[in-house]
Design a binder for this molecule. Sequence first.
Ligand SMILES: Cc1cc2nc3c(=O)[nH]c(=O)nc-3n(C[C@H](O)[C@H](O)[C@H](O)COP(=O)(O)O)c2cc1C
Length: 223
Amino acid sequence: MEFYIINGGPRKKYNTAELLKKASEGIKDELKDIDEDVNIHQIHLYDLNFKGCKSCFHCKRIGGKYYAQCPIKDDLLELLPKVQNSDGIIFGSPIYFGEITGELRSFLERFLFSILVYGGESNAPKRMPMAMIYTMNVTEEGFNLFYGDKFDILENAMANLISKPYSLKVYDTFQFSDYSKYENYAFDPELKAKRKEEHFPIDLDNAYNLGKKIAQDSLKLNE
Ligand SMILES: Cc1cc2nc3c(=O)[nH]c(=O)nc-3n(C[C@H](O)[C@H](O)[C@H](O)COP(=O)(O)O)c2cc1C
C-alpha cells in the first residue's frame, strides 16, 4: 500500500512537520500486521520545483494526450499520478494570512483541477481517504471568529472529486524556540509555552489517531 504525507509548510522540524510525523506513525502502526508492503512517502513541497495550474486546459482537451493529467514538466509531473493512485493522503499546512500556504495551494490546484470535469463525474483514478492538518497561531475562539468555514470550499472540492477529507485543526501553536529574541506584542510567551506543554501532546495524539483512521479507511476500501 502506498501513502503520501505532504508537508505544505517550510519548516521540517516544527508543528506541522511533527504532527505529520505522528500521523505517519499512526498509519505504520495500524498496518504493521498486514501481509502487503506499506510505503509511506514523505513529501516536502518546499523542496520541489513547481508552480500552480497554468490554465492550459490540456487536462480537459477531448482526445488529447494529457487528458485528465497535468502536462506541466516540473517536479509534479511524475508525482501527481502517484499521489492520485495512492491508498491514502495526509496534507499538512501552517495557516498564512488565513489560508493554507501558497505551495500547498499550488499543489492542490494541479492535483484537483486535472481530475475535475466541468459539470461531470470526477476523473479521479481512485477514491482514497484523505486528511488535512492545519496549524495556526490563533486560538480556537479566534479561528471561529476570523476564519469560520474558510476551508469548506477547498474541502468540498476534495470531497466532490475524491473523498471528504478529515480535518484536524491545531490552534495556538508555539512559533519560536525563544520568544524573547523576536519582536512580538501579541502573544504571551508563558501562555504559549504552557499550551505547548499541555495541549500539543493532545494534538500529536489526535494526529496519530488520524493516521490510524486513514489506514483503517484505506483497508476497508481495499476489501
Ligand atoms: C507568513 C506567516 C503568516 C502567518 N499567518 C497566520 C495567520 O493568518 N493566522 C494564524 O493563526 N497564524 C498565522 N501564522 C502562524 C503560523 O500559522 C503558525 O505558527 C503555524 O503553526 C506554523 O507552522 P510550523 O510551526 O509548522 O511552521 C503565520 C506565520 C507566518 C510565517
